[in-house]
Write a protein that binds this ligand. Structure first.
Ligand code: FAD
Length: 395
């Protein structure tokens, strides 16, 4: 029988001892991404304040150099790592900033994944190797000004004109849009919704940046305008038709969010714990008050539960048994709890909690976008509700 003295010490950075469930290689990848994220983080508050990223191309290249772009895809220059490796990377990137994680997620899980999964051999050879290195940037255009949660009603249209396709329409809220070299654009055709690979230097394509955001400010978000954009016949994904194409890409990206949101939450909790030990009121550190400890204990519980759920879903994904409904469970829980953790952590910092000197309010604001994109919290509630009852409440 083991005695207390033989137990490993309690580690506040890993309260439930989840590291023990990771392989040495997984921990090494996590630590390497953490070092990169920590290098970027000192600049992020300024980027957030100014609503821009310094040299996004150079930043994407750094992610590429580290093998983080499309890291869980096989071939075409991608690193071919596991889903858990990808999840661990997302946590570290989002501990830095959700905008930084979004930049990597959209490149790898939306734009690259769509081409990797649905593109022709020529699409893959043309785009993926340079997207994996970060030399080329991709975006993913599904949402429109009038059609977000219900993309099946989209109005962007592609029509055949001889040997060409002609695309007309507008996409909205597209991450990386203005810095992209290639856009995956979903459009209505006579055969239902189809996906197109659109080089962004094609005449008729433009991507004005969306300004005045209060969230994901260290991230490029754009409108895509398609004004008689002419593409060759082979610009279309050959075999996929209907919403299952874009929705399967979204499921990939949501998987990253299941993990990433916990990075923002972890950063908020760590900041609050440190602050509570240093900030003295009524003659003692505020971390010594029971009300503060209640908050810290509750945040710790939710963080740990989220980490266990993410790891469980990641192992299922690597085993090939992860269902989209399970990704919805993960996204719904982890993003909701991550926001709650940020809210609570902010109260521990009092007035300092609203300052950009600390990351908490930045994370909280960012997570408002994460709550909405890749399926709103309501949509994932309806997915789980439908899965549990067999009844659809979408319409
Ligand atoms: C920063 C940012 C980056 C983004 N990046 C991308 C990107 O790269 N590519 C891309 O294609 N999109 C992107 N999006 C768009 C995002 O996916 C959409 O905003 C999201 O799908 C919701 O669509 P909407 O904003 O049109 O809201 P709406 O669909 O209009 O929803 C408004 C509200 O109504 C609720 N609602 C809608 N239908 C129902 C229903 N049946 N039952 C109950 N409630 C309902 C919603 O849950 C929500 O609360 C991004 C968004 C943001 C904020």
């Amino acid at each position: 029988m083991s005695t207390t003295s033989t137990l490993p010490p309690f580690n506040p950075s890993d309260p439930a001892g989840i590291d023990d469930f990771l392989t040495e290689e997984e921990r090494a990848i996590r630590d390497a991404v953490r070092r990169l994220a920590q290098e970027i983080e000192p600049k992020v508050a300024t980027w957030f304040e100014e609503g821009r990223i310094d040299d996004p191309r150079a930043l994407m290249k750094r992610f590429g150099d580290m093998g983080l772009l499309g890291m869980h895809l096989e071939g075409y220059g991608c690193a071919g790592m596991s889903a858990v490796d990808y999840g661990l990377a997302c946590i570290e990137l989002e501990a830095c900033d959700s905008g930084i994680r979004s930049m990597v997620s959209v490149q790898g899980s939306l734009a690259m994944f769509a081409i990797w999964k649905f593109g022709s051999e020529e699409h893959k050879q043309t785009w993926l190797p340079q997207m994996a290195t970060g030399d080329l940037i991709g975006c993913f255009g599904l949402t429109e000004p009038d059609h977000g949660s219900d993309p099946g009603s989209m109005r962007t249209r592609a029509r055949r004109d001889g040997d060409e396709w002609v695309l007309d329409g507008q996409k909205m809220w597209i991450t990386n849009g203005s810095i992209a070299d290639v856009a995956v654009v979903w459009a209505q055709t006579d055969e239902g919704i189809r996906g197109f690979v659109v080089p962004t230097n094609t005449p008729g394509f433009s991507a004005p940046e969306i300004k005045h955001k209060m969230s994901l400010r260290a991230s490029v978000t754009s409108e895509l305008v398609l004004d008689s954009v002419r593409l060759p016949a082979d610009a279309v994904f050959p075999d996929v038709r209907g919403l299952k194409g874009p929705l399967s890409c979204l499921s990939e990206a949501r998987f990253g969010i299941v993990w990433g949101a916990l990075g923002a939450a972890r950063s908020a909790l760590d900041t609050a714990v440190k602050y509570s030990k240093e900030r003295v009121q009524f003659g003692r550190p505020i971390g010594g008050f029971q009300l503060t400890q209640q908050k810290i204990a509750d945040m710790t519980l939710e963080l740990v539960k989220g980490q266990l759920l993410a790891l469980h879903l990641g192992r299922r994904k690597d085993a090939g048994t992860l269902r989209p409904e399970q990704v919805s469970l993960g996204k719904l829980n982890n993003i909701r709890e991550a926001i709650e953790i940020c809210r609570t952590a902010r109260t521990i910092l009092g007035a300092n909690g609203i300052s950009l000197e600390f990351p908490i309010m930045r994370h909280a604001n960012n997570l408002k976008s994460v709550l909405t994109y890749e399926g709103t919290v309501e949509m994932h509630t309806l997915v789980v509700g439908q899965a549990m009852t067999g009844l659809s409440a979408f319409r």
